[in-house]
Design a protein around this ligand. Structure first.
Ligand code: HEM
Length: 459
């Protein structure tokens, strides 16, 4: 029964090709240069580009990027329409497919409607409170061990260091400790897959990143499949072992293929987003020392010794720290734009938009709208206090998306950010050279181009 629903959902969404610019000519916008369209302008300055389009054309804008016509629907109302998708108008699979299909096929974000609901319900079990407590144990140990290796009292690059730490943490909390000598190969394969998913050359030609990515996937598929019977036999607290024991509603286990696809997708979804958000978090607190002290004051108030594992029960006590983390993600959302494809005709703000249209919503643009966020460029965690949040549109702050596809790792991300903050800010004061202004690339996932040079001193 369940499998029947799955195949119907998939077949339906695969049939719908993208709409041409001609069919969208009634929508205000710009097609840009022949062939490349607006791609280069959008890549060079994603935020400025969308803001200029809105200034000229309004909140519904036609464009042409990455070889396809599309319509950007902008602002909180648009986010609500597309992400909440109460009328089931938008396919996530067809939106993300061109980016992720080759390397992360059939991950949760690539499934739609009934099929998606069934898979999400099965996976959600691995993110309930019991499993989360076990992951926190691994995060505590991994963060303490990782931070011990970071240099003190001299400048170093934060971004590569946190990227490595996030990967090491994923290896333990997602895969478990017992990977043995193959651990490095798994990490390498995984890095190649992630890099390939955003590579410009989309065919696995010799020497390309895409070739390395598809080879990495072949290894990961073989490796995970080999591990599944072992994990089923002995159990385990890590995410992978839990996936090996997940069941459908009728009690049958997920197939090997499903476990491999979900597992690699989860690792991809977690890795660069956590790296990006923790980097912008530390960057904002390094440039706002008064807020860094506020966070440190909050942590001291917990009455725990620095280096002690953060207990699961204390996660709700991070009020200032959580606001500081959210404000960093407002200014630098790890997923700046979210794609979909309309599966039926619909209307928005007076425009009729046909089925097949590639649609996107834009957290980056929304997070800087001055009518929602006064003085949008200012870093101000008080925006997330109870009083300041009252009355704000529910879809004005969307770093984790919303609706049916809302990030399944939201609580995990907050937990990792808090655990990191607990061990990091309790022990270190982070600073940057005076007059240092790192430049950020906002695409595809925000990162500081020069790695973000910081210095750590003992508190
Ligand atoms: C700060 C860190 C993170 C951010 C900002 C983030 C952001 C997002 C966003 C915006 C989406 C929705 C995309 C869409 O609607 O098309 C999403 C989906 C998802 N994320 Fe995250 N993510 C983060 C970390 C994680 C982590 C740590 C995990 C896993 C442990 C994870 C797993 C997922 C999954 C499985 C989905 C697909 C959900 C679905 O389609 O039902 N994410 N994430």
């Amino acid at each position: 029964m369940a499998l029947q629903v799955l195949s119907i959902g998939r077949a339906h969404s695969k049939e719908l090709g993208p709409t041409s610019s001609k069919a969208l000519s009634h929508i205000p916008g710009e097609d840009g240069w022949p062939i490349v369209g607006n791609t280069l302008k959008a890549l060079a300055d994603p935020k400025g580009f969308v803001e200029r389009m809105v200034e000229r054309h309004g909140l519904v804008v036609r464009g042409h990027t990455f070889g396809q016509a599309n319509v950007s629907l902008l602002g909180p109302d648009a986010n609500e329409l597309v992400l909440l998708d109460s009328q089931k108008l938008f396919s996530s699979g067809l939106g993300w497919g061109s980016i992720l299909d080759l390397l992360f096929p059939r991950g949760l974000m690539l499934l739609d409607f009934d099929e998606h609901r069934l898979h999400r319900r099965a996976l959600a079990v691995a993110f309930k409170s019991g499993p989360m407590q076990a992951y926190l144990g691994e995060l505590n140990a991994g963060i303490v061990a990782g931070l011990a290796r970071w240099p003190r009292r001299r400048e170093f690059k934060f971004y590569p260091a946190i990227k490595q730490l996030t990967l090491d943490l994923a290896a333990t909390s997602f895969l478990g400790e017992e990977l043995g000598p193959e651990l490095d190969k798994v990490k390498r394969a995984f890095i190649d897959m992630v890099a390939a998913s955003i590579a410009v050359i989309r065919k696995p030609l010799p020497g390309t990143q895409m070739r390395r990515g598809t080879r990495g996937r072949a290894f990961i598929v073989e490796y995970f499949a080999r591990q599944i019977p072992r994990r089923r036999a002995r159990g385990g607290q890590d995410l992978f072992s839990r996936l090996c024991h997940l069941t459908w509603e009728d009690g049958s286990l997920l197939s090997n293929e499903q476990i491999v696809d979900h597992m690699s997708f989860l690792m991809m979804a977690a890795h660069d987003t956590l790296t990006s958000s923790l980097t912008s978090f530390v960057y904002r607190l390094a440039t706002h020392p008064a807020w860094q002290e506020e966070v440190q004051r909050e942590l001291r108030g917990f009455g725990l010794a620095p280096g002690e594992p953060l207990p699961f029960e204390r996660l709700d006590d991070f009020v200032t720290t959580e606001a500081a983390f959210k404000e960093a993600m407002r200014l630098t959302p790890p997923v700046p734009s979210i794609p979909r494809r309309a599966v039926r005709d619909f209307e928005f703000k007076g425009f009729r938009i046909p089925a097949g249209t590639n649609v996107n919503v834009n957290p980056l643009f929304t997070h800087y709208m001055p009518e929602v966020w006064p003085e949008p460029d200012r870093y101000d965690p008080t925006r997330f206090g109870t009083a300041a949040s009252r009355g704000r549109h529910k879809f004005a702050f969307v770093p984790f998306g919303g609706g049916a596809h809302m990030c399944l790792g939201l609580n995990f991300s907050h937990m990792q950010a808090k655990c990191f903050a607990w061990h990091f800010f309790n022990r270190f004061r982070v600073s940057m050279a005076k007059d240092y202004r790192p430049s950020w690339s906002m695409w595809p996932i925000p990162y500081p181009r020069d790695g973000l040079k910081v210095t750590l001193d003992a508190v």
